[in-house]
Design a protein around this ligand. Structure first.
Ligand SMILES: [Zn+2]
Ligand SMILES: [Zn+2]
Length: 212
């Protein structure tokens, strides 16, 4: 699997371009800077066939509308995330920002669904707590999990935004992410790559929280 990370926007959000060996691919969380994401896609030569979303915070969905125009591809997210996305124009105005057009969602993803991106299989892992309808995506054969804003290197997602809950987030991490093999690469919505074993052993939120 080809994986390219493009860090975009004022929140330094990580968008991932993924593709299989034949060049069939997808975007995960195109949050901002649509033109720069598209330029990186062109460099890889990958054909984007889906836009997959971990959760509907503004920093993860801000470039979707423009990129749908570019790739004419479906947008997939959890039903609860779509409901949240519809409130983004108002939330953006309160933050002094402009969200623009809310993209249409073509398909809802539920828990433990297998998404096919060419030859790549991604399993959805329902991991709420940071945001409603948050999903992580696990590529078992590749040993990679796209953890969105649930789990970061040395940290976990904030829970002070609408729909946030620390209890729920800790349960999501302990039930869905920590059971993955230690060597699983964790590609998060912000910050550097890590792996499950390192987070289990050193992440202060997981060690102190009694989730093990
Ligand atoms: Zn978020
Ligand atoms: Zn984020």
């Amino acid at each position: 699997m080809i994986v390219e990370m493009v860090t975009v926007g004022p929140f330094q959000e990580n968008c991932y371009i993924i593709g299989d060996q034949s060049g069939t691919g997808a975007l995960i969380d195109p949050g901002d800077e649509a033109a720069r994401i598209a330029l990186n896609v062109e460099r890889t030569g990958i054909e984007i066939t889906k836009i997959i979303v971990t959760h509907a915070h503004i920093d993860h969905v801000g470039a979707i509308a423009q990129l749908v125009d570019e790739y004419l591809c479906p947008v997939l997210m959890h039903e609860e995330a779509e409901a949240m996305m519809k409130t983004l124009p108002q939330q953006a105005i309160m933050m002094g920002m402009r969200f623009g057009r809310v993209p249409a969602v073509n398909r809802h993803i539920t828990d433990y669904e297998t998404l096919e991106v060419g030859g790549i299989r991604l399993r959805s892992l329902y991991t709420p707590g940071h945001a409603p309808g948050h999903l992580a995506f696990y590529a078992e054969e590749e040993g990679i999990v796209f953890s969105g804003d649930a789990l970061f290197a040395g940290s976990v997602g904030r829970v002070d935004l609408p729909g946030g809950s620390m209890d729920l987030l800790m349960r999501s991490i302990s039930e869905k992410l920590l059971p993955l093999p230690d060597v699983t690469r964790v590609l998060s919505g912000h910050g550097p790559e890590t792996n499950i074993g390192r987070e289990r052993q050193t992440n202060p939120f997981l060690r102190g929280g009694g989730v093990l």
